[in-house]
Design a binder for this molecule. Sequence first.
Ligand SMILES: [Zn+2]
Length: 343
Amino acid sequence: MSRKLLNRKKMFCLSCMEEHEVETVSCIDKNIFKGILVEYPAEYYYCSKAKEYYGDENQMRSNDISMKDAYRRKQGLLTTEDISSIRGKYNMSQSDLCLLLGWGKKTITRYEGHQIQDAAHDTILRKLSEDPEWFLVLLELAKDSIPAVSYAKYREAAARLFEQERDRYLRKAIFAQYARFHDKLEYNGNVRLSLDKVVDVIRYFSNAPQVVKLYKVKLMKLLWYSDALSFKRRGYAITGLIYQALPMGAVPIAHDSIIDLYGVEYDEIELGDGTGYFFKKSKSAEYQYLSQEDREILDEIIRIFGSCTKDAIIDIMHKEQAYLETAPRAVISFTYAKGLSIQ
Ligand SMILES: [Zn+2]
């Protein structure tokens, strides 16, 4: 057995029943568990007098868990640590997690110890880990059985995970829509799409007191003018968004998804001709992804268009060379930004 010395200390030796210096060693144990050969790290005492390895109660307990974790890994099951970290994601106690899942109240405690979970319970725990939305559904069902303070704590943890999860998928979906333009730098204004910048720019506009009635159509025009002015001044855009010529002017590809990015906040308002999206002030007024120059460009856009109505901006946009020379629904090239009506 290959072993590693961890420490040496004077203690009562349970092997020779005398007090002397005893070594603590770690090694890789082999065992057959439920018909499967497993190898796992274990810890023992070594009596140099009796030349014998032995374990005390604590060591035997943790060696047993180590063996069962090795078995769990081999069988593709969650380990004790995996299970406790799933619980940790939701900041949840062992007994409340049992309650949430409708399991006996000691079940999770046992699974984080010596008892191997069955495959069905393993699947449920994995699903719970990957699906905070489902966690929230279960939490609502268990609401009356959980103390209010704990409920609020679990809800907050799950809601945060859900937001992050959702945002990750949303970002992937947006980048997928942009992938086919990968080699067309004249379309995104010489910069790759940065959704962090997009979110910051939208928040910058919605937080500016001079920007009135910021609904979606107006916001889309402000985005295009910002990128176009940036390109005209510096040779590159701010966000990397790609715009199409639609009847109401320039609109970025994936516009429906962009407004749902984490950090962008709006109210849906019923208007006569459909739903309006009104962009609200955001909780934070930090714009870590915008440079000073970016902000100067945005300030100029706010100065020119902040108080304009949607229809006024559409009118101005319709007269831009970039719009006039682009076929309906086609992508607007940034090369036209040189002829932009603003400086
Ligand atoms: Zn001894």
